[in-house]
Design a protein around this ligand. Structure first.
Ligand SMILES: C[S@@+](CC[C@H](N)C(=O)[O-])C[C@H]1O[C@@H](n2cnc3c(N)ncnc32)[C@H](O)[C@@H]1O
Length: 264
């Protein structure tokens, strides 16, 4: 595959949930600290959601993929969590974990890490059950549509997460800006957006396949957020120190960002 944009058909053909999980979320020694981006992200999510400032009825995660790590801290703060993804296979993988079916991916090292941040790693079973209970729907979604959940229309969410999705789904900066607007329309005025974005990345690997990523600089993300009627409340950068030694992805840094929707 060339470095050109990975379109939806290629995602359907080549993005294997198990390869993705195996590459980015499997830990040889059950020690999550070997994945520095993941531990950074979990720590930031813990800080954001343990503050008690972001709570409400509905949390929507856009482009959940086959992963649950991003929901572990947040699920404590909302009555209901709605997971979404473009691909059936990812949604199925998620359902397997939610329904505790055989062969479900083992998220225990990650769940225990989050419970440790919350003060008691022994509570991992409770945490898993809380998340399973709170995820009420796993829905198809396409961020390039004006209503990403089309034809469904949901009440606006109190908070929306999107981790490592929009830069994978957007072929250029205009599409990215529009995708940010599309997902922001799903949030209540005064509600929050929490994003994890990789900067200056051109590709990431899933199994043997290379997936494109829109090359984004920090100011591109800030501009898109502001043009979607949001103001940035918190922003942190995480440098990729393994850029030259790890061929899995070529991002320069990851950006963790919390914004508030100010315009209706
Ligand atoms: C790099 S994965 C991120 C998955 C997960 N959020 C994580 O943090 O690991 C990118 C995700 O974006 C999804 N995706 C790609 N194009 C999309 C689109 N147009 N609308 C919604 N999701 C899309 C893919 O199916 C995939 O699950």
């Amino acid at each position: 595959m060339t470095s050109s944009f990975t379109d939806k058909n290629e995602y359907l053909k080549y993005f294997q949930a198990r390869d993705y999980l195996g590459t980015y979320y499997t830990f040889d020694s059950c020690d999550v600290s070997e994945n520095r981006l993941l531990t950074f992200t979990l720590e930031k999510l813990h800080q954001t959601f343990s503050s008690g400032n972001i709570t409400g009825d509905i949390l929507i995660d856009i482009g959940t993929g086959p992963t649950i790590y991003q929901l572990l801290s947040a699920c404590e703060c909302f009555r209901e969590v709605i997971a979404t993804d473009y691909m059936d296979r990812n949604r199925q993988e998620l359902e397997i974990w939610l329904k505790k079916e055989s062969g479900a991916f083992d998220w225990r090292p990650v769940v225990k890490f989050v419970c440790e941040l919350e003060g008691d790693s022994e509570k991992w079973r409770e945490k898993e059950e809380t998340l399973r209970r709170k995820v009420t729907q796993v829905l198809p979604c396409d961020v390039t549509k004006k209503n990403p959940l089309d034809p469904l229309v949901l009440p606006q969410a109190d908070c929306l997460l999107t981790f490592l999705c929009l830069e994978a789904a957007s072929k250029d900066l205009d599409t990215y800006g529009q995708a940010v607007k599309n997902i922001t329309s799903m949030v209540k005025p005064g509600g929050h957006l929490v994003l994890l974005v990789v900067l200056k990345e051109t590709y990431y690997m899933v199994g043997q396949h290379k997936f494109s990523c829109l090359y984004l600089e920090k100011q591109h993300v800030e501009k898109a957020i502001e043009e979607a009627g949001c103001s940035v409340e918190h922003l942190e950068l995480f440098p990729n120190l393994e850029k030259d030694t790890c061929a899995l992805a070529d991002y320069d840094a990851a950006l963790y960002l919390v914004a508030r929707k100010t315009d209706p």
